[in-house]
Design a protein around this ligand. Sequence first.
Ligand code: GLU
Length: 373
Amino acid sequence: MAPPSPLPAGPRLKRVVIKLGTGVLTSGIGQLNTARIADVCEQIATLRAQGTEVIVVSSGAVGLGMGRLGLKKRPSDVAKKQACAAIGQSLLMQTWQRGFEPHHLTVAQVLLTHDDLRVRSRYLAVAASLQEMLDYGTIPVINENDTVSAAEIKFGDNDTLSAMVASLARAQYLVILSTAPGLIDMKGTGEIVPVVEKITASIEAMAGGTTSETAVGGMVSKISAARIATKSGCGVFIASGAEPAILTKIFSGHSPGTFFVPSGLPMESKKRWLAYFQRPEGTIQVNERAVPILREQGRSLLAIGVTGVRGAFDAGDIVDIVDPEGRVFARGIAAFGDSEVKSAAGKSSEQLKPLFPGRKRLEVVHRNDLVVL
Ligand code: GLU
């Protein structure tokens, strides 16, 4: 098994994303753990002084809002949760600014909804503005814009958000600090899995849901975050935020948690955006012959391979591509709307030409707009 061996801090460690869960920043509902925050800020300041750019993804808005309002339980009502987030977010930023003050560092608040990354022009704008914040020497502190996030524009949890940020910002490492010390092999050794080379079904089976009043994600969302980040070429650490000097340990090669090895051949930026930043509008099912043609040969999806269509989508929308058993194995931008794909399904290019006169391109999903997951 390959050792985690991350790059040591210093000039070769260019950019990292550090995600902190509510449970790390607080002790008890809405009570800030100021000693721990001070410790984290000091370690981040050290990284920054060594030339590493650091982006923080911070949870805690809802939890701090709950604390300020004296609520003991996370409200189930969405509007109430959103109000808590609005109240807590400013407290959260004050906390971070205060934590970095002794190190003469300035924080920059970034609040995102899923739509901000789903629309390509906005995704690129976020990447460019983050770059400027880092160039100015500030520490971007990112959270979901919970107050305006309705279900359909939500990331859902900050683990996913942090992985998307790591992918978009081309970070070398994502560190997810939570109350969990790492991925624990509950069925086997009962111990922390030090290194995950590949996220397999048995790795996924090790993850269990979360139970805390303020936390959202749990290990399931951490594993899916690790998948997004590693496929983007970013190594991922999951470790306990309660452990003193945890970042220093991780970046000196002594991670006590779990390290997920980055994929050797990361996807190019547009394909990453297509694979991980989208929510598909529909599904196109293909026959057995089409599966290896798309999966192994990297070719376009032609109508002749299509056997079924689900959902309502227009040309230009994102669709999942499923095999005859209904398993999603690719995602792409449909060149036709759902009713056109239905009428074209199973037909050869020759048969299609009279159906779509004047159309030069007859691929249902062009290979440049298709990514195998
Ligand atoms: N955005 C939420 C908050 O700030 C946290 C979501 C999460 O921890 O996954 O409270």
